[in-house]
Design a protein around this ligand. Structure first.
Ligand SMILES: C[S@@+](CC[C@H](N)C(=O)[O-])C[C@H]1O[C@@H](n2cnc3c(N)ncnc32)[C@H](O)[C@@H]1O
Length: 209
């Protein structure tokens, strides 16, 4: 994902559509409800990449609002072009590190769910500390979820699935674990590439307790 460059067409889409779908990062809390035309459950998607799952899920679930957070820019224009094409009004996007977004902008107990699809696996041991799933992520996500809110994670890297089991076995903030692949999660190009390399995909669903 990191090597992907933004194309001129994607840059143009981003510039033209930012006012419609973008949310400026700010170092103060916002009322997430005010970002969307309809007051309805809000799900944050962390690291949406090229946004393939984002627009498909949003299109299929018009009674949920989705807030996408991505630190790396290339996918934003492509995703905004899709949102515009399908006239989706239930998605807003922030370009920033999710830890900063959660810390500064999101009120406690304000999210109904969090999606984390195919987080960077950082397979080398010396890079494990870069893995997004860690004690701090669990604490931050738990604080921002409503009671009973969910965290859905998918990974195609078995050692990372084992890492997820390990990290969650040590917390009292969540309950849950591996589930069958849900029908609502679209098969993206990214996931397809993993499957073609025989990567087993694991889905996890955790509830805030
Ligand atoms: C392996 S990609 C998967 C992208 C997408 N979810 C998919 O399934 O195709 C992981 C993404 O997470 C983003 N990411 C990593 N750390 C992040 C952070 N702290 N905040 C926001 N996004 C992050 C990366 O920029 C990258 O686009």
């Amino acid at each position: 994902m990191r090597g992907v460059r933004i194309t001129p067409a994607q840059q143009e889409a981003r510039d033209n559509l930012w006012a419609k779908f973008g949310v400026e990062f700010q170092e103060s809390q916002i009322d997430l409800e005010t970002l969307f035309p309809k007051s309805q459950p809000i799900v944050m998607e962390v690291g949406y990449g090229m946004g393939e799952a984002t627009w498909q899920i949003a299109k299929a679930n018009s009674s949920t609002n989705y807030l996408g957070v991505e630190v790396h820019m290339p996918g934003v224009g492509k995703l905004m072009a899709r949102l515009d094409e399908y006239e989706l009004t239930n998605v807003r996007l922030i370009e920033r590190d999710v830890f900063e977004v959660l810390y500064h902008m999101v009120k406690n107990s304000s999210l109904d769910g969090v999606h984390l699809f195919f987080p960077d696996p950082w397979p080398k041991k010396r890079h494990f500390k870069r893995r997004i799933i860690n004690e701090r992520f669990l604490a931050d996500v738990s604080a921002k979820l409503k009671l009973g809110g969910y965290l859905h994670i998918a990974t195609d890297w078995v050692p990372y699935a084992e890492w997820i089991n390990e990290v969650f076995s040590q917390t009292k903030l969540f309950t849950g674990g591996v589930i069958e692949r849900p029908d609502w999660r679209p098969l993206t190009r990214f996931e397809g590439q993993g499957i073609s390399k025989d990567h087993a995909v694991n889905d996890f669903r955790f509830l805030k307790v």
